[in-house]
Design a protein around this ligand. Structure first.
Ligand code: COA
Length: 380
């Protein structure tokens, strides 16, 4: 049977591409689970490092397993010296996502064996990638600011160590916890564009560094990882809580989208934004409110009142950008932070794909010409 243009599903929207046991979403009920555990429980009880283990191996770790995993993550924060030289050679004016993608691919060149059927070797690659991402993001930020690199601190977990390497200051407990929870919330989200990219590349039996660098490329686009940057720009543009009403009227009249609202899957409030909002409140209560936060709260109220009936509620990007800005993280590092978290999901999908692999090979509907006459160049 010939496939016709009408058979195409743009963006493969709603087409199941794989069986997965990693995460689950019910967009009508506002449910997100990792390996069957509710996201709110994990945010409350767990840590990003423990959640990474859960995603990778399918079960919560024992105390001994977690201790071993943590210590291997800390050992693997030490990158080959040439990785730092590579970071220093990159143009500081470039985007940190491009730096991260280039460095992730380069990191794979230090992994000589390509035998990922060897479970120990596959585990080591996952640990190396999880450990390296925060180091690379922080190192690039220091480099472009003309500052020395800050050595990772083995006493600190992933989130706190990232803030330390980024700023050279030990983060306060609440700031570290808030970032840790943000990493938990971003660690996986079913078959999104970067995860699909990861699985397509995995299906060719490419190595996990290439899988992650390809997923990083997909995450770079503004339709995927970049929305939280745009939330911040929007809130600054609005100017303050008093300007929200008039600004929103203008947006609705011109049918413009409001950044950080709406979701392809969630038609109620994104459960991740509920958690981040509560943490944002704690953070702003402790460190002092800002016009951006007050504007955001006012905007949420007004948008939900006017567009809630259409299923338009804040998504995770609405509060993540606000939280990161309060932690003094540069705006263009928001998507790299997303990547620091999502690498846990990509690697879990890599493992799952390899267990039952078939190379992705969709079809197409050819709509070009046929049997065209070749004209020699001088006749064109
Ligand atoms: N602001 C205002 N209206 C919105 C909206 C938003 N952010 N998102 C959706 N809508 C409206 C649409 O205009 C449409 O209205 P209509 O039925 O009167 O035409 C209706 O809601 C359905 O919109 P649709 O574009 O079909 O929703 P979607 O599920 O395809 O889109 C997004 C989902 C995420 C692409 C979309 O909500 C969006 O662009 N949001 C802003 C960007 C963002 O925050 N992205 C991060 C996502 S995690």
């Amino acid at each position: 049977m010939t496939v016709q243009a009408k058979d195409i599903v743009p963006g493969l929207a709603g087409i199941p591409a794989a069986e997965s046991k990693i995460s689950y979403i019910d967009g009508q009920k506002g449910i997100l689970e990792y390996r069957g555990y509710a996201i709110a429980t994990l945010a409350e009880e767990s840590s990003f490092e423990e959640v990474s283990w859960l995603l990778l191996y399918g079960e919560l770790p024992t105390a001994e397993e977690l201790a071993g995993f943590r210590s291997r993550l800390r050992e693997n924060r030490q990158l080959p010296e040439r990785m730092y030289e590579l970071v220093k050679s990159l143009p500081g004016a470039g985007h940190p996502m491009d730096a991260l993608q280039a460095c992730t691919a380069a990191l794979g060149m230090y992994d000589r064996s390509r035998d990922y059927d060897d479970t120990e070797h596959a585990d080591q690659a996952c640990i190396r990638l999880l450990a390296a991402m925060p180091v690379l993001v922080a190192a690039f930020e220091r480099h472009r600011a003309g500052k020395d690199f800050v050595a990772p601190d083995p006493e600190l977990d992933t989130a706190a160590c990232f803030l330390w390497m980024l700023t050279g200051q030990k983060p306060d407990e609440l700031a570290a916890r808030v970032l840790d929870v943000a990493l938990i919330l971003h660690a996986d989200h079913t078959m999104n564009a970067s995860t699909f990219a990861a699985r397509v590349v995995a299906s060719t039996e490419a190595d996990p560094y290439t899988v992650c660098s390809s997923a990083l490329g997909a995450l770079t686009g503004p339709l995927h990882g970049g929305a939280n940057e745009r939330v911040l720009v929007m809130l600054k543009q609005i100017g303050g809580p008093d300007q929200v009403e008039a600004w929103l009227e203008g947006q609705i009249a011109s049918k413009s989208k409001i950044m950080g609202f709406g979701h392809r899957v969630y038609k109620v409030k994104d459960p991740r934004s509920v958690i981040l909002q509560a943490l944002a409140r704690q953070l702003f209560d402790k460190l002092g409110t800002t016009p951006i936060y007050d504007t955001a709260i006012e905007l949420e109220d007004k948008v939900v009142a006017q567009l809630g009936h259409k299923g338009i509620y804040p998504n995770v990007d609405f509060f993540s950008g606000i939280v990161y800005s309060k932690l003094n993280i540069p705006v263009d590092c928001f998507t790299p932070i997303f990547a620091i978290a999502r690498v846990a999901g990509w690697l879990s999908h890599w493992r799952e794909q390899m267990k039952n692999n078939r190379i992705f090979r969709p079809s197409q509907v050819y709509v070009g010409g046929h049997e065209r006459k070749y004209a020699p160049i001088e006749q064109r």
